[in-house]
Design a protein. Sequence first.
Length: 197
Amino acid sequence: MPGKVAVVTCRPVAQEMQRLILGPLRLTGTVAPTAQTEIPEPHAHAYYRYEDGGQEKTVDVTRHNPSWISSGGDMISTTRDLHAFISALMSGELLPAELLAEMCTPRPTPVPNMGYGLGVFVQDTGRGGTVVTHNGGAAGHAAMMFSTPDGSKNLTAALNYVDDATLSLAVPFQNATQRLVNEVFCGGKADPAQPAG
């Protein structure tokens, strides 16, 4: 939102993001759109499916005002920039070691094998490893960022899909994501018997 201000600095959140993260890491493919509905080209499209008068309809929801989600996730980025960000964050380029350790100290959550630190999830892969992650999505767009705790191995991806009110793709998406994490971070191919979504 244009009026959203970081209390500590009294400057807009987007300005602080540019000063502290986007600028130093040269994340030129990332923008904080505030209330703008345009998206820098090139970009993928997202869709929403709904029922109207007994007929299923699908509409393009790529361009919308993201200010409703505020600084909790109204940024638009590229997978290259996501990769650069998570690599820099986990390797200690953005935070001093003691703050990074505090950020990655997991607190219990209701999700099995998943704790929550300060702004990141800390996931036990179930195969002897740990990944730090914070994925997000809104209105048919999803972004994934996973990293080893030392930043030496990373996985970033973007996904555009047809969303709906029942979130019918949530479980297949979670299953596919877990298979991908297992393949990238757990040393080899996922079990072919594991659901692909």
